[in-house]
Design a protein around this ligand. Structure first.
Ligand code: NAD
Length: 274
């Protein structure tokens, strides 16, 4: 049961399943990432904001894996949206990780109310893409109107838009706009930080497939074509979340899960967060 890859709009391949390290304490991140590598994950999602990039880089070097065998994403921290600040923050990311390139670098939040327009920030990301230090660039938490502005006013279409998606927030309007522009959707908090795992629809489908609720929800994402990177520091769960490719949900299962949508966010509304 190997992890499928998705081809991004610039031809770069990304493993559809990765390991997220949000809220993994910096001092535990090397160990947690090493566990993920042992289990088989080859895609790590970190961010400057998480303050744990160093542990990700250390784990990669200690694992004995080649840099080219692992896909690593990081994200520009809020507060660094001005052009020169964004370039400096990108360089700091590389230095802390101990890498000479990132596979994917994202604007973490659009921050539509601050005095720096995200279009300016995006132009800084276009530079690190053009000089090869980021193999792909993208955005996170961009709403439909933010995506439309980037597409109209800049040259490079984002490779991904990483947004909150789970059964209680299917976010299908933003996913549709992403798809319309060839932008891959990455679903953050794919199991809503555990919130959806007790839902009777999900536990029922899990029982029928002899799988766990987390596996069913992650499988739903995979069959919808989204990229996911569940987070856990518990080895048994890290393993559980990796084993998604030996079963299939029916169209009826998928429909029942999608119908659980109630527009419930676990994180901030990107239109209001600045
Ligand atoms: P998640 O949906 O992956 O849930 C993680 C939590 O669910 C864990 O802390 C644990 O309590 C529980 N859990 C995990 N596996 C389980 C299992 N098999 N059974 C039972 N419980 C389990 O939430 P997340 O960490 O918020 O999101 C995943 C990743 O998405 C993050 O680590 C980060 O990389 C990314 N993310 C990005 C943004 C953004 O703004 N771009 C925001 C949040 C998260």
């Amino acid at each position: 049961s190997t992890v499928p890859t998705i081809s991004l709009n610039n031809g770069v391949s990304i493993p559809q399943l990765g390991f997220g390290v949000y809220q993994v304490p910096p001092e535990d991140t090397k160990e947690a990432t090493l566990t993920a590598f042992e289990v088989g994950y080859r895609h790590i999602d970190t961010a400057e904001m998480y303050r744990n990039e160093r542990g990700v880089g250390e784990a990669l070097r200690e694992s004995g894996l080649d840099r080219s065998e692992v896909f690593v994403t990081s994200k520009l921290n809020n507060g660094f949206h001005a052009h020169d600040d964004a370039l400096a923050a990108f360089e700091e990311s590389l230095e802390v990780l101990g890498f000479d390139y990132l596979d994917l670098f994202l604007i973490h939040w659009p921050l539509p109310g601050i005095d720096v327009d995200f279009v300016e920030t995006w132009k800084a990301l276009e530079e690190v893409y053009r000089d090869g230090r980021a193999k792909a660039i993208g955005v996170s938490n961009f709403q439909a109107n933010h995506i439309r502005r980037l597409v109209q006013e800049t040259e490079i279409v984002p490779a991904v838009n990483q947004i909150e998606v789970h059964p209680y927030l299917t976010n299908d309007d933003v996913r549709a706009v992403n798809a319309e522009h060839g932008i891959a959707t990455e679903a953050w908090s794919p199991i809503a930080q555990g919130l959806v795992l007790d839902d009777p629809v999900i536990t029922g489908i899990a029982k029928a497939h002899d799988k766990t609720p987390a596996q069913v929800v992650l499988r739903w994402h995979v069959q919808r074509g989204d990229i996911v990177f569940p987070k856990s520091v518990t080895r048994s769960r890290v393993e559980e979340n990796f084993h998604l490719f030996d079963f299939e949900l029916s169209d009826s299962d998928l429909g029942l899960i999608t119908a659980l949508d109630k527009g419930q966010r676990t994180g901030p509304n990107p239109d209001e967060f600045n």
